[in-house]
Write a protein that binds this ligand. Structure first.
Ligand code: ADP
Ligand code: TRP
Length: 320
């Protein structure tokens, strides 16, 4: 099994990213050959300040290493250190039907949110297909919002293989349904674009404030409450054992339990869960050379695979 995933360095990572993508991807490194990259080419579709981009790449690298990515098990690299994906993206572009890209929700959502409608943004899924196909990955762990992009990748790979012969492995998305959509503090999908996130490595003060602001219904203290429709409970469940979740759910249903208590318990869970990772991150921050070495070695490994795939693709289309 070959596992690949990527993340854009375009904002502070939040617990939606953590449960939806980081944690599953990090856990899968135990089960196969894993590749994980920082999608800096993709980030250029929305980040246009070079200093900000550099900082965000560095931050994401630290975040993943602090959260348990093991560079001995996972090739961890920067997308732009594997320029072969760009050439591969072109070979895929020329057989990608416009209609396939026109149907992509993510493009439409981003335009609706005010991201400039560039050719790069429109062609984003083709570059993503090149990332995935370049290392012949079989499994792509992502949150639900990226599922369509993996399906587009499959369509492109199948079309290429039918037209030119078997060059690409057809990948499958891997989506953990239990964490497919982590809610934000306003109840919508947690996303940096909605300003509703709880950051993994945020400062304690602002984090506490945001947890206390999580939207709930307006039931009085003496009314019993429904855990299954509550955002605080949905977030708590991500961190709790089954028994802890059952215990909190039972307390919700008894009069006299307030949302403030649930929020405080959630905050404790978040802080306990991320405490060792925050500590590790602070240590790693002092060792920039180590982080750069990890990324360089990861790129070498990914590049060796990408070169081979690209050569097969070039040959198949008649460039060699
Ligand atoms: P954002 O929505 O904050 O911009 P990204 O689109 O950069 O996040 O997503 C990075 C990864 O994290 C993707 O694999 C995505 O599916 C996953 N992800 C993001 N938000 C959530 C969420 N609220 N619940 C589950 N997974 C998520
Ligand atoms: N589009 C993904 C996101 O926004 C990032 C990404 C780029 C990716 N290339 C990928 C994810 C390849 C998985 C596989 O989160």
């Amino acid at each position: 099994m070959r596992i690949l995933s990527g993340i854009q360095p375009s904002g502070k990572l939040h617990i939606g990213n953590y449960f939806g993508m980081m944690k599953p991807a990090i856990e899968l490194q135990e089960q196969g050959e894993a590749f994980l990259f920082i999608a800096d080419y993709h980030a250029l579709t929305s980040v246009n300040d070079p200093a900000v981009l550099r900082q965000m790449v560095q931050d994401v690298a630290l975040d993943f290493l602090a959260c348990g990515l093991d560079p001995d098990k996972t090739a961890f690299y920067r997308q732009s250190d594997v320029p072969e994906v760009q050439e591969l993206a072109w070979l895929l572009s020329v057989i990608t039907p416009m209609g396939l890209l026109e149907r992509c929700h993510s493009y439409k959502d981003k335009i609706a949110k005010g991201v400039a409608a560039s050719h790069g943004l429109f062609a984003y899924p083709v570059l993503m297909a090149a990332d995935i196909l370049s290392v012949q990955s079989t499994i792509v762990p992502v949150g639900r919002d990226q599922k369509q992009h993996v399906e587009v990748t499959r369509d492109i790979a199948i079309k290429f293989n039918n037209q030119y012969g078997e060059v690409f492995t057809i990948p499958e998305p891997s989506i953990l349904e239990s964490v497919a959509v982590v809610p934000g503090i306003d109840g919508q999908k947690m996303s940096k674009s909605y300003d509703n996130t709880l950051e993994i490595f945020g400062e304690p003060g602002p984090l506490k404030k945001r947890v206390m602001k999580i939207v709930t219904d307006s039931k009085e203290l003496e009314e019993p409450k429904d855990p299954d429709t509550c955002n605080v409970f949905a977030l708590y469940k991500l961190f709790a054992t089954e028994e802890e979740a059952a215990d909190l759910a039972a307390r919700y249903r008894v009069a006299g339990f307030g949302y403030g208590t649930a929020k405080k318990e959630l905050l404790t869970k978040i802080n306990d869960h991320f405490a060792p990772m925050r500590e590790k991150r602070a240590e790693l921050e002092k060792d920039v050379d180590f982080v750069n070495d990890v990324l360089r070695q990861g790129a070498e490994k990914a590049r060796a695979e990408a070169r081979e795939t690209l050569q097969a693709a070039r040959k198949a289309v008649g460039l060699e």
